[in-house]
Write a protein that binds this ligand. Sequence first.
Ligand code: ZN
Length: 639
Amino acid sequence: MPEKELDYEALGLMVGLEIHQQLATKRKLFCPCPAELTDEDHLEFERRLRPTRGEAGEVDIAALFEWRKGRKYLYEAPHHHSCLVEADEEPPHDISREALVIAMAVAKALGSHIVDEVHVMRKIVIDGSNTTGFQRTSVVALGGSLRVGDKDVPIETICVEEDASRKIGEEGLRVRYRLDRLGIPLIEISTAPVIHSPEEAERVALAIGRLLRLTGRVKRGLGTIRQDLNVSIRGGAKTEIKGVQRLDLIPKVIRYEVLRQVSLLEVRDELHRRGAREEDYEQEPVDVSQVFSGTKSKVLRRTLRSGGVVLAVKLPYFHGLLGKEVMPGRRVGTEFADYVRFWAGVGGLFHSDELPKYGITSDELDKVYEATGAVKGRDAVVIVASDPARARRAVEIVLERAKMALKGVPEETRGANPDGTTRFLRPRPGSARMYPETDLPPAPITEELHREAEKIVPEPLDVKLERLVSKYGLSKELALEVIDDVRLDMIEKLIEKYHDKVKPSIIASFFVVTLRGLKSEGVDIEAIPESFLEELIDRLAQGRIAKEALEELVKAAWKEGNYNVDELVRKLGLGTMTREEAEAIVEEIIREHEEAVKEKGMRAMGLIMGRAMARLRGKIDGKIVAEIVKRKLQEKLGG
Ligand SMILES: [Zn+2]
């Protein structure tokens, strides 16, 4: 796709952020289970999801369709990380005070107004990721703002809510989830849609993430923070993009979404220019199975052989528009295919802008044009293959989506892909999506909770910066890097503990320079246990390794999956003790025990070895010590 220059201001770009961050609480939000992921053994059970009635009494349309898709959900219930609450066999327990206190502390730092009473609400969830069919969420504070650069970004709400189950996999209509993540407390911070460029969105997300880390009470690592984005342009539609896990992906995701909306608006304008009207898309599907009776297309052959049909439909005035790219690797046709997949459960579709291809010949395509009465060079045709009922439904969906194209951009919830593109997840939910949790009374926000929250209100950034600079002598640049590091509280803790023995700038550089450098070399630094990193600094403080050895040790540990510092030091010969130094120590020990050596000869080896290891353990490999002891004894006795 040609790099389009986008003038975001002229396009009227508006972005709002919703940051979801897991809190580092001891227990889950509504039960006593530990708030952490686990690989331990589990039980399994299966559920189907029933559509839930909203407060207004109307069945949520999206939930209903998800239900119609006949999906089954298989849940893994780990023995010590889930209970009857996660299984929806027991009502929720009182909301976690710890989670409330952390959210209140964040609210205080943002100048938000904390509510008097927390009301737990149910938010409909249709993908089975919650066993109940809804997610529990509670508003803790409203309003406030965050200074980012020279702009105050208004905060709309601060909520605590339960995280969903972990999706493990999907086979056909069966989805497998794991319940360890279900119920882990999340804080949700929503900004007003006042962000006007992709880069600004990244800066705001970074600032919120930093504020959360400054509490020292949030989880770290990939998957513990997720950003949702609301993106719209003038004349487009508010699109909700879920689950952006990496900060640096935010600008890309927004740019692609703007490109998509711009492209869809161009399609709309072009359709109007060509004279298309809504009633043009009241078409009947045509059974073209006969056309493909001898086809080379594997998909179509397989469908026909298993008793399915191939249906085609004419899309007047759509020639050339389905092949139009909306973002890299995705075309208008892909948008149609997403709808067919979601609403009809059909794997995909073929459209004339991409044919002949995939085993479908131009001769077959001509026949489809003829059968549907489509005009070449003006109309498009879409081909779907499935069992008769689904194929028919798929055609209806294609026609409905075509009508939407006349209006522009449909309101959608989309999911972020790792490359920054997005895919359709579901239509945007209606307003009747929230209703009160009847199993829980409102929880009053007491003076005591306020006092507890007051204690952990994150220190303002400039205060923290000043302390790192004046107390520990970090340069301002390094201190800023430390504050932005995901392991900020760990770095602070280590500096506090070891600053007498290791220069704070060495500890800081290890995290923000060495580790980040290794990340760019492909080392998954998120996966490295903190206990290992702490031990490295400890050995450095003891003078048992040199700071130059840190990088190699991390690399080796990650490569071998072995996080035993002392073992690695020995194996790699990275201890600060040289062979010569060890030899000198062994010689000294032999001199100290001259009597015993004369008396016992080589049988004194055990004694000397024991004394030598007491002094050399962890500094040099035991095998090398044994070898030195043996040789030195032989020299002594022989000489
Ligand atoms: Zn539980």
